[in-house]
Design a protein around this ligand. Sequence first.
Ligand SMILES: Nc1ncnc2c1ncn2[C@@H]1O[C@H](COP(=O)(O)OP(=O)(O)O)[C@@H](O)[C@H]1O
Ligand SMILES: [Mg+2]
Length: 372
Amino acid sequence: MTLLRLSIQNFRNLQAVDLEPSPQVNLFFGENGSGKTSLLEAIHCLTLGRSFRSHKHKPLIRQGESAFTVFGRISSSGVQVPLGVERHLDGQSTFKANGVQVSSLAELASYLPIQVINADSFQLLEGSPKVRRQFMDWLVFHVEPQFFTTWKGVQRCLKHRNSLLRRDRIDGPELAVWDRELARLSHSLDQYRQRSIEHFKSAFLELLASFIRLPGVDISYQRGWDRERDYEDVLKTNFDRDSQQGYTHSGCHRADLRITVNGQPAAEILSRGQQKLVVCALKVAQGHVFGNLTGHQCVYLVDDLPAELDQVHRSRLVDWLERLGGQVFITGVERDALVADWQERPHLARKVFHVEQGAVKVVEDTSSAATE
Ligand SMILES: Nc1ncnc2c1ncn2[C@@H]1O[C@H](COP(=O)(O)OP(=O)(O)O)[C@@H](O)[C@H]1O
Ligand SMILES: [Mg+2]
């Protein structure tokens, strides 16, 4: 899946940007505050409806303007699909694919799967389980067709169950109905996650080993309740505690991906630099498994790469990205550092863009030479 055309209006400091990205490598350089991260955010908004920096859309609208628009034309299995997102200050939003309003943001997300690597990615190891659940569910969402409806069903059941638990007098039979439905859906969700993680784990460990010598690293999926026990049974056992506190303690909403080194949490053992490499391996492994299972490639947005990794590891990450074969958008302040990582790869179609005060222009284009 490739972004062939990107057109942005009034998004942060980007007043009017119109690009035809290379289907392979796109490098954006420019001084701090020029609009590089904003450009990646705009791509993210195009397929997810929101930025990776903020869940709010108002800060994304250029000051003094009432709305932003991002338009893109993507290609997937030889078919071109126009996508468009428009968000207004008053909260009104339009999300379109093929000229038609999409029914949900999940539908939009399926058109152009995106992976982001930026400074926040390093939260993956030290952040809350929610960050890792979202990470794991990205893959499950894209490879298990029933995942999203099941996930929504689980959320609905949990909401009902929690509101019943908060009542003064709990209606036992009604709670039992929700428990049964919650257990049925949670079982399916757990199966989807387990299947994806199985594929993911071996890809991750293999990639990591090719990146850095780090013995003892392991990754394990925790489903959110005792793996030896039936979930409905767990709900019954936990009833007193759940009703005292007014929420459901165990379940898929508490699932986690434990990343450890010799049994200890990776975040407590590894150096900052090692953590970054582990996170890069996690992100690339997802793209790899996604590619194997779907036959498509996801798009990588890598923000300020030279600031995050040293030259040796940057070059290794670039190797991985090249092997994945998908489209990449990478930013950095210095042109030379950014381009140097790709210099030895003349066979790749590369475009280099200069970002200056919200304007973006192509300064180098090897895409026609590379594809000749
Ligand atoms: N809503 C907005 N309207 C106008 N400018 C904005 C808005 N939000 C952020 N900016 C400005 O956009 C500029 C670009 O930011 P950013 O994309 O983070 O730059 P870079 O990644 O190149 O360092 C910053 O100077 C920031 O102050
Ligand atoms: Mg930036």
